[in-house]
Design a binder for this molecule. Structure first.
Ligand SMILES: C[S@@+](CC[C@H](N)C(=O)[O-])C[C@H]1O[C@@H](n2cnc3c(N)ncnc32)[C@H](O)[C@@H]1O
Length: 214
């Protein structure tokens, strides 16, 4: 069994870092999901993304494959008064864990790049059964594997990802770049940069890609 908890403890996943690292993903999920809508975060790991979404008023379920990771996420859960649902489940078999179209949005960050092409297509077909929209973030081929990587990431370009998403049966795929900038950039860049319509060109430069599929 690959040790995900060990990986989380070695990659500085604090609430502050997760908010900055996932800023664009969070904004897109919030814009694509109805107010107070139902969201599933699959492969939640620390579940800090879920926590931030739940704090913004969404009805969030955080799911991961093993009890060990779910227990770890519960221990990391640090804001009293925010309701979060937890579930153990397999991203490759979502249809057997949830009802048809149970969620408005299913989201995840840093999960699908750990699977083969066949598994990605199979998993995305399962996403379609249980959710109206899919929003996910992956490191793309401009990224490099480092000592901090888990080790089995597949760094593919946006064209390959779009092809896999289309093969899973999605008619609409929008691609955005993630805000994977060094921290001072967030204070120096003009606000307009952080508008996804104005900076639609950013997907050609960023090291992470965010896909919105329907
Ligand atoms: C790189 S971590 C990402 C965690 C979190 N999304 C983050 O960005 O911190 C990948 C996560 O996917 C989970 N995972 C791996 N295979 C899975 C599967 N078949 N079903 C559900 N989750 C899975 C792992 O347990 C791990 O928590």
């Amino acid at each position: 069994m690959l040790n995900w908890v060990n990986y989380f403890n070695n990659t500085n996943r604090t609430l502050f870092n997760e908010s900055i690292r996932n800023r664009r993903l969070l904004e897109i999920i919030m814009q694509e999901t109805p107010v107070k809508g139902k969201i599933l975060e699959a492969g939640c790991g620390t579940a800090l993304l879920s926590l931030l979404l739940a704090d913004s008023g969404f009805d969030v379920t955080a799911m991961d494959l093993t009890d060990e990771v779910i227990e770890y996420a519960k221990k990391r859960f640090c804001l009293n008064g925010i309701k979060l649902n937890y579930k153990r489940g397999d991203i490759l078999k979502l249809g057997s864990f949830f009802e048809e179209k149970e969620f408005d949005t299913i989201c995840h960050s840093g999960v699908l790049e750990h699977f083969s092409d066949d598994e990605i297509i199979r998993s995305l077909k399962e996403h379609k059964k249980i959710s109206k929209k899919v929003v996910f973030n992956i490191p793309n081929n401009r990224n490099k594997l480092t000592q901090k990587s888990f080790g089995n990431e597949r760094l593919m370009n946006n064209r390959v990802w779009v092809r896999l998403i289309q093969q899973a049966g999605y008619a609409s795929v929008k691609v955005y770049g993630g805000y994977d900038l060094i921290r001072p950039s967030y204070f120096l860049l003009p606000g307009a940069f952080f508008n996804r319509r104005i900076s639609c060109w950013w997907k050609w430069f960023s090291r992470h890609s965010i896909f919105v599929c329907q």
